[in-house]
Write a protein that binds this ligand. Structure first.
Ligand code: HEC
Length: 253
């Protein structure tokens, strides 16, 4: 075989190795349909039934049932969508397995966590599919509302990294990374998303800034705060700012 005719082969080998990573490790599962969002069937009915038992034994005392609200946030309905839409199933899995049960974090087996998440998907009206939810095939599976992808809900706690600028209209974080959700201080960021300024990324107005930032203009800045308006349309209600020594190109007002 000449080198020339090898090229397509090498390329397709690359595609086989890389695509599952990009598309959620599902592309090669024997004939299983590709799961890219929670609407494609990310768990099995059996798994959700096992998860229901886990939920009742372990989670219900804090998170409640349909008829009896728990002391903690509900894991289905509006609370679920507000907390998780525009995120991914692997982020949900990692958050739950690292932090729950809140008083004894990370004490369940991997399968118990996966099963209970399958049950939560079912409770949220998401369809079952042909393959069990596993850690590998949760990767990159998007959690969207039925209407399709949107932006993060107003009042979501987020972290962004961008370039600090002071313009006539006030503080801005320009060339910002896309806002990543923060839960219990932990940032839920997709694996392929780097925490650094993004050329051509959004310019986010920084509101209610309580610290003196003047000496950091033109530096890379990590900001945590709450989105004002859907997707942060009206800016970020700033909670913390963390400047780094790295310079960046900030526009001058
Ligand atoms: C001892 C009480 C307790 C138990 C048991 C418990 N949780 Fe939680 N859960 C919490 C608290 C408190 C929070 C809020 C934590 C925070 O925001 O820092 C929480 C938050 C969550 C969240 C995020 C919800 C949101 O909308 O932000 C999920 C998902 C979750 N729990 C799943 C589970 C699962 C699944 C189980 C069972 C395996 C479980 N929890 C067991 C207390 C508990």
């Amino acid at each position: 075989m000449s080198t020339r005719s090898l090229h397509p082969l090498i390329l397709s080998a690359f595609a086989i190795v890389m695509l599952p990573g990009l598309l959620g490790h599902r592309a090669l599962a024997a004939d299983a349909p590709l799961v890219r969002s929670v609407w494609d069937g990310a768990y099995t009915t059996t798994q959700a039934a096992q998860g229901e038992k886990q939920y009742q034994q372990i989670c219900q005392r804090c998170h409640g049932t349909d008829t009896r609200a728990g002391e903690e946030v509900a894991l289905w309905g509006d609370d679920f969508w507000k907390s998780w839409r525009e995120d991914t199933l692997d982020n949900l899995y990692h958050y739950v397995s690292a932090n729950m049960p809140n008083d004894e974090p990370a004490t369940l087996k991997t399968d118990q966590y996966l099963d209970v998440i399958a049950y939560l998907l079912k409770k949220n009206g998401l369809p079952a599919g042909e393959a069990r939810l596993t850690v590998a095939n949760s990767a990159g599976v998007h959690i969207y509302a039925k209407e399709g992808p949107g932006v993060l809900p107003a009042e979501t706690m987020v972290e962004l990294v961008g370039c600090l600028a002071k313009l006539d209209k006030g503080w801005q974080l320009v060339n910002s990374s896309h806002p990543a959700r923060v839960k219990s201080k932990q940032v839920l960021r997709a694996e392929n998303e780097r925490a650094e300024p993004l050329a051509g990324g959004p310019a986010m107005p920084l509101k209610f800034v309580m610290t003196k930032l003047d000496s950091y203009v033109g530096k890379v800045m990590t900001v945590r705060g709450m989105l004002i308006g859907e997707g942060g349309r009206e800016g970020i209600n700033v909670m913390t700012t963390q400047p780094s020594a790295d310079s960046c190109d900030a526009p001058q007002s």
